[in-house]
Design a protein around this ligand. Structure first.
Ligand code: SF4
Length: 317
């Protein structure tokens, strides 16, 4: 299994967490195996566990919280020595399978994970061993992602220049993929400068997506201009989004959209008022954790001229 080098640093901060995932708006679905285990828990606690899950196998929130969250913010399943359902056990870790090739990471939506990602001053590397993916396009994407990481981590350039270069890279790579040419991609760097286009189209579109909490729309409405205060933190975000999404082009051959997703995520996070930790976490919760949202974003990239490569490059000042 391949992971970013910071992966092992993750540790849930439990009762210290300001945005405990057991208090979020997410529906936590219990897998069948866990449900069968829940059915065998004896005594009053077993009764409570079963009463906490509805007929659709989703935990029933009480006062906005998981009913099995103790008053001091700890999980009563863990306190009572029981195995969790898959979602609770895995979060905030995510796993992607490409045939026998497997990658794992930690999600920006978790307060502790986002701090690990954003506080890392080092250039992220990937570690571990895994099997192989036999899809024809995989080797091209894998090699291209290494090139993209190199560009994003080239600190001799401003991070905005690096992101623009990656978008140019993606546009040219996509032309090659569209010609069914999966040979190694040779990139000649061209930094297409930004003309300072404003970020209005990004925020208008984001406010049309599904969201979990009502205040998210107000937060989007109150955005400011795109400003980068900390180059390394933006680099870490860009690497995170490329790591998490780029290889998924194995399934739809749309590599450029994965890079545009990285770029508009950076534009959004860097244009929200407040601190980058909370903005990153919140963006991840509201936008990327909803698969329908991510699909709608990809569709928009294909059909909305506002999100042409040129227009997104122009927003990266
Ligand atoms: S959001 Fe992260 S740190 Fe907070 S309770 Fe959940 S897993 Fe733990």
């Amino acid at each position: 299994m391949i992971t970013p080098d910071y992966y092992e640093k993750f540790c849930c901060i439990g009762s210290e967490c300001q945005h405990n995932c057991c208090m979020g708006e997410w529906d936590i679905e219990v897998d069948d195996e866990a449900r069968a285990r829940f059915n065998k828990i004896n005594g009053d606690f077993g009764e409570r566990v079963r009463a906490s899950v509805n007929d659709e196998n989703v935990f029933i929130r009480k006062n906005g919280k998981c009913p099995l969250l103790s008053s001091d913010g700890l999980c009563e399943m863990v306190l009572n020595g029981h195995k969790l359902c898959i979602i609770c056990d895995e979060y905030p870790r995510f796993t992607e399978f490409y045939g026998d090739y497997t990658e794992r990471g930690i999600s920006l939506s978790c307060e502790a994970a986002s701090k690990i990602i954003l506080d890392n001053d080092n250039k992220v590397t990937l570690t571990g061993e895994t099997g192989e993916c036999c899809e024809d396009i995989f080797n091209l994407l894998y090699g291209s992602r290494n090139d993209i990481f190199q560009i994003l981590q080239d600190r001799a350039m401003s991070v905005s220049s690096r992101i623009r270069l990656v978008l140019d890279y993606g546009e040219k790579l996509q032309e090659q993929i569209n010609n069914n040419d999966y040979s190694a991609f040779e990139y000649v760097p061209v930094d297409r400068l930004s003309n300072g286009k404003d970020n209005t189209s990004v925020f208008e579109f984001l406010s049309e997506l599904d969201y979990l909490s009502d205040d998210w729309c107000d937060i989007l409405r109150n955005h400011r201009e795109y400003v980068i205060n900390n180059e390394i933190q933006v680099e870490q975000l860009a690497v995170y989004f490329v790591y998490r999404y780029f290889l998924k082009a194995v399934f739809d051959c749309d590599a450029l959209s994965k890079l545009k997703l990285m770029a508009i995520s950076i534009i959004a996070i860097a244009s929200l008022k407040g601190d980058i930790y909370e903005n990153s976490r919140r963006y991840s919760v509201e936008v990327e954790h909803n698969e329908d949202n991510v699909e709608m974003i990809y569709d928009e990239f294909l059909f909305n001229e506002d999100f042409s490569t040129e227009n997104i490059i122009n927003m990266i000042k």
